[in-house]
Design a protein around this ligand. Structure first.
Ligand SMILES: Nc1ncnc2c1ncn2[C@@H]1O[C@H](COP(=O)(O)OP(=O)(O)O)[C@@H](O)[C@H]1O
Ligand SMILES: [Mg+2]
Length: 344
């Protein structure tokens, strides 16, 4: 069992200690309402010494969709685990709506829901029975629960699936049920850990629409992790790019991309790539924002015209090959900061 296991038994605890506890700990009206999520100097070192999260800071505002973007092993799931009280932080603090996950875990837990990478719905039951079960676990009254199940099944397109055993669902259908399950308790913060991983591209796109729609309808704060660049770009108001347990960049996708201008030119060289880059810089064809990784050079064009620059590069005696221009992606932002790619 991983350190995550206790979460499945978490709902009943929260439900036996319900809204009163939340209300009594809610800040006085004159205070500025806390951010939905506040993370400060948070670290996690697993037994054995793996430093999975190495001092991260970020806030997520109420109503924001915030993405943790990074490759496998970056520390995304560990971060979600700490925010959902299933993984104990080694140091630092994390708060949900002002409630510390370490000192007030039951309250913090009662405010959020999480869809993990692994499924938690019971495949032997129907979708409806799963939702009813979770409504009960969270202390949602029967009538209210039935209304929410009807709403959620509309919103998430579960309709006629609802009375079939979950074992007959496709991957995408099961993921939608997982999200409905997480929304039954009306969380203030929804955590989605790699919500579309393992789904085929068409279903992934559908699910992204579903998530965008949930955000519009439920007005909740969403924190999701992903290693898909376009997912972060499409869904998130802001993105924190994670690399080896640290946040290496944090901003809106537009501002992260704007750092590389509107177009880049990319090519390979045969010989010494750093030397080729220096030569292009000395010719005024590249700035400090250009970078070389292996044999590949990536050069933001900035205000230079593409055709002129390409002609000048071709004439610069560095033997470029596979030359192409394209718009920058978050992968370029990551590549520039870390020297590796998020996506293969
Ligand atoms: N229970 C655990 N015990 C030891 N190491 C772990 C455990 N869970 C994750 N790790 C390690 O912590 C690092 C971050 O993992 P994780 O948070 O799952 O990253 P991500 O979700 O970004 O892929 C990885 O090196 C992983 O192998
Ligand atoms: Mg993960």
């Amino acid at each position: 069992m991983t350190e995550r296991a206790p979460h499945q038994s978490a709902a009943p605890l929260a439900a036996t200690n319900p809204p009163r506890a939340v209300a009594s700990a809610t800040p006085a009206p004159h205070e500025r309402p806390p951010s939905a999520v506040e993370v400060h100097a948070l670290t996690k070192t697993y037994p054995g010494g793996v430093e999975a999260v190495r001092g991260i800071d970020f806030d997520v505002e109420v109503g924001e969709v915030f993405g943790l973007l990074g490759p496998n092993g970056a520390g995304k799931s560990t971060t979600i685990g700490m925010l959902t009280t299933t993984i104990r932080p080694s140091s630092g603090t994390a708060r949900l709506a002002g409630h510390d996950v370490a000192s007030a875990p039951l309250i913090a837990r009662s405010l959020s829901s999480v869809v993990f990478q692994e499924a938690v719905v019971d495949v032997g039951l129907s979708g409806r029975a799963n939702l009813q079960l979770h409504a009960r676990l969270w202390g949602v009254g029967v009538a209210v629960g039935e209304r929410r199940i009807a709403d959620l099944s509309d919103g998430l397109g579960l309709g006629e699936l609802l009375d079939r055993p979950v074992a007959t669902y496709s991957g995408g259908q099961r993921r939608r049920l997982e999200i409905a399950r997480a929304l039954i308790s009306r969380p203030r913060v929804l955590f989605l850990d790699e919500p579309t991983v393992g789904l085929d591209p068409l279903i992934r796109h559908e699910l992204l629409d579903v998530i965008a729609d949930v955000r519009r309808r439920e007005e909740m704060t969403i924190l999701l992790t992903t290693h898909y660049l376009e997912e972060a770009e499409r869904l998130c108001d802001r993105v924190a790019i994670m690399h080896e347990g640290e946040i290496v960049a944090l901003d809106t996708p537009a501002r992260l991309l704007a750092g590389l201008g509107s177009e880049i030119v990319e090519f390979r060289v045969d010989g010494d790539a750093p030397a080729a880059l220096m030569r292009l810089r000395s010719l005024g064809l590249a700035n400090d924002d250009a970078f070389a990784i292996g044999a590949r050079l990536t050069i933001p064009l900035r205000e230079r015209a593409a055709a002129d620059t390409i002609a000048a590069i071709a004439a610069a005696d560095i033997a470029p090959s596979n030359l192409a221009t394209r718009t920058p992606s978050l992968d370029d932002v990551y590549l520039r900061l870390t020297g590796t790619r998020i996506a293969a």
